[in-house]
Design a binder for this molecule. Structure first.
Ligand code: NOJ
Length: 526
C-alpha cells in the first residue's frame, strides 16, 4: 500500500508543554518556548507536533480539566502566541495536532457551573446526574480511574454526578444533542484557526451504559491492585454507541480536508481496531499502545506485531508508540541499551511512529521526592507506582543551571543525569542515542520501503527479533537483539545500513552476521 497522506508518512512527536521550554521564567514551559525549539524538531526529522492540553484550566489534572475549550491558559500564552506558533509550524512544513478532551470538563467550566445550579437548568442533562440509591449511596459501583467511587454527591441539587477521573472532572453526557453540537463547535473553532487534527483523550470511555448497570468484579484483581482495577469496566467503557460518535467527529474533521483524528484507546487489539470504524470512517489512527504493555522479549514482540497486522481492517494504516505522558519512560522500562533497539523498532515498523519528547535523548523516569509530587494519580493512591510525574520532567537542553529549560525553579525536578544527558551534549557525541534517532529518521525518510513497504517475515530467532521491509526492488532486513548476549544469525549476504551502535555502516557480510549485546541492525539485502 502506497502511503500518500501526511499522517502516514510523517512521524508524530508529543510535546508535554509544561516541560518542553519555559520562556517567561515561571518554571513551566509555554508556547513561545515550543516556538524557539521548532528548529530542533526539524533537525530531528519529525513531522507532526502533538501538544498536550494548553487550554484554560484549574490544573487539577494538569490541563486535562478544561474550563474553556476555546481559549489558552495564561501559563502557556495567548491565542496570538498560538497563532504565531501554528504559522511557524506550517512555515516549516510541519503539522500541529491539539489535544481534545471531550469526556469531561473541569468542574469550573461554565457548562458545569450551570448544570449543577439546579435540576431545571437547560444544561443539567449535559452531565451525568443520578439519584442516590435508597440508602443514600451512589447509583452504582463505577469507579474513578484515580481511585475511589466515580460518583460525587451534590448537596445543592441532591443528586450524584459521575466522574471517570477526579471529582473536579465531571463526565459529560454525549447523548445530549446540544452538548454534542457544542463539542463539535470546539473542533470547528480550532480547525478554523488551521490546526491539522486532534488527539482525542480517552476515546473509548466517552459513552456509558444508559441504564447505569453495575460493573462485575474483575477476577484478576488482587489486594495490591489499584482500586480502579477491582471491577471490569463493562458498562462504562467501550460501549457500542461510541463508534457512531467517532464517525461524526471524523466527518467534522473531513469537512476541512486531510485532517488527523488520533484516538487514545487502551483496549485489547481485537477491540482497538474497531475504532478505525466502518469503512475506515472512524479514528484515522486509534493509538496502538501495545508495545508499552508487551513483555520486552523477541517472541512476545514478534507475536504482537503479527497479531496487530493481522487484525487491521483492510486498508487501515498501523501506528506504534513507545511512551507518552502517562507511561513510564521506555529507557527506564527496558534500560538504556535496549532503548536504542526500541528506537530502531519504532522507526522501522510499518505505520506511523509517535515519539514522546525526550525519548530521543534517552530520558529516564526521574524519582520525585515526596514533597515535590504533583500528580493527583500519585496523591490519591500513593505508593502504587501510578504517579506520572517521573515521565513528565523538564527537557534537558544543555548543561546550564536548570538545563536551559528555565531560569527559575522548574515545576518538576530535572533528572540527576541532565548535565550529561542533554541535547547539546548528545548532539556532539557521534554515537549518542540522539544521533541514532536522527540517523534512523533520515534513513526512513529517504527509503520508501521503510515507509510504504510491505512488512514480512516477522519472527523471533531466539533473542533476535527479525522482519523485512520491501518495496519496488528495495529489500531491508531488520535484526534486533533483545538480549545482552552476543548473537549470530544466518543471512545470505547484505550490507549494514545502520547499527544501533552507529559504527558499522556499509559493512558487508556473507552467510551470517553477528549482533553484539542489545544491537539492532538495518541491513540492505538487495
Ligand atoms: C488521559 C490523559 O492522557 C491523562 O493524562 C489524563 O489524566 C486522563 N486522560 C484524564 O483526562
Amino acid at each position: 500500500m502506497q502511503a500518500t497522506a501526511w499522517w502516514q508518512r510523517g512521524i508524530i512527536y508529543e510535546v508535554y508543554p509544561r516541560s518542553f521550554q519555559d520562556t517567561n521564567n515561571d518554571g513551566i514551559g509555554d508556547l513561545k518556548g515550543i516556538l524557539t525549539r521548532l528548529d530542533y524538531l526539524v533537525e530531528l526529522g519529525v513531522d507532526v507536533l502533538w501538544i498536550a492540553p494548553i487550554y484554560p484550566s484549574p490544573m487539577e489534572d494538569f490541563g486535562y480539566d478544561i474550563s474553556d475549550y476555546c481559549g489558552l491558559d495564561g501559563i502557556f500564552g495567548t491565542l496570538a502566541d498560538f497563532d504565531q506558533l501554528l504559522n511557524a509550524v506550517h512555515e516549516r512544513g510541519l503539522k500541529l495536532i491539539l489535544d481534545f478532551v471531550p469526556n469531561h470538563t473541569s468542574n469550573q467550566h461554565p457548562w458545569f457551573l450551570e448544570s449543577r445550579s439546579s435540576r431545571e437548568n437547560s444544561k443539567r442533562d449535559w452531565y451525568l446526574w443520578c439519584d442516590a440509591t435508597e440508602d443514600g449511596g451512589p447509583p452504582n459501583n463505577w469507579l474513578s480511574n484515580f481511585g475511589g467511587s466515580g460518583w460525587e454527591w451534590d448537596a445543592t441539587t441532591r443528586q450524584y454526578y459521575y466522574h471517570s477521573f477526579l471529582k473536579q472532572q465531571p463526565d459529560v453526557n454525549w447523548r445530549n444533542p446540544s452538548l454534542r453540537e457544542a463539542m463539535f463547535d470546539v473542533l470547528r473553532f480550532w480547525l478554523d484557526r488551521g490546526v491539522d487534527g486532534f488527539r482525542v483523550d480517552v476515546m473509548w470511555l466517552l459513552f456509558k451504559d444508559e441504564q447505569f448497570r453495575n460493573n462485575p468484579i474483575n477476577p484478576a484483581s488482587h489486594e495490591g491492585s489499584p482500586a480502579s482495577q477491582r471491577l471490569l469496566p463493562i458498562f462504562n467503557a467501550d460501549r457500542p454507541e461510541i463508534h457512531g460518535l467517532v464517525a461524526s467527529m471524523r466527518s467534522v474533521l473531513d469537512s476541512y480536508g486531510e485532517r488527523l483524528l488520533l484516538g487514545e484507546i487502551y483496549l485489547p487489539i481485537n477491540r482497538l481496531v474497531l475504532y478505525y470504524g466502518k469503512d475506515l470512517t472512524g479514528a484515522t489512527l486509534p493509538f496502538n499502545f501495545h508495545l508499552i504493555q508487551c513483555a520486552w522479549r523477541a517472541d512476545a514482540i514478534a507475536h504482537l506485531i503479527r497479531e496487530y497486522e493481522a487484525a487491521l481492517p483492510p486498508g487501515a494504516w498501523p501506528n506504534w508508540v513507545l511512551g507518552n505522558h502517562d507511561q513510564p519512560r521506555i529507557s527506564s522500562r527496558v534500560g538504556s541499551e535496549q532503548a536504542r533497539v526500541a528506537a530502531m523498532l519504532l522507526l522501522t515498523l510499518r505505520g506511523t511512529p509517535t515519539i514522546y519528547y525526550g525519548e530521543e535523548i534517552g530520558m529516564r523516569n526521574v524519582q520525585i521526592p515526596p514533597q515535590e509530587i504533583q500528580d493527583p494519580a500519585e496523591k490519591n493512591e500513593p505508593g502504587l507506582g501510578l504517579g506520572r510525574d517521573p515521565e513528565r520532567t523538564p527537557m534537558p537542553w544543555d548543561c546550564s543551571l536548570s538545563a536551559g529549560f528555565t531560569e527559575a525553579r522548574p515545576w518538576l525536578p530535572l533528572g540527576e543525569d541532565y548535565t550529561t544527558r542533554n541535547v547539546v551534549n548528545l548532539s556532539r557525541q557521534k554515537d549518542s542515542i540522539l544521533r541514532l534517532y536522527q540517523a534512523l529518521i533520515r534513513l526512513r525518510r529517504s527509503n520508501e520501503a521503510l515507509i510504504s513497504g510491505r512488512l514480512e517475515g516477522v519472527v523471533a530467532n531466539g533473542n533476535i527479533l527479525r522482519y523485512e521491509r520491501t518495496d519496488h526492488g528495495q529489500h531491508f532486513a531488520i535484526l534486533l537483539n533483545l538480549s545482552h548476549e552476543q548473537e549470530e544469525i544466518n543471512l545470505e549476504r547484505g550490507r549494514i545500513l545502520v547499527s544501533t551502535y552507529l559504527d558499522r555502516e556499509d559493512d558487508l557480510f556473507e552467510r551470517s552476521v553477528s549482533l553484539r549485546s542489545s544491537e539492532g541492525l538495518i541491513v540492505n539485502l538487495t
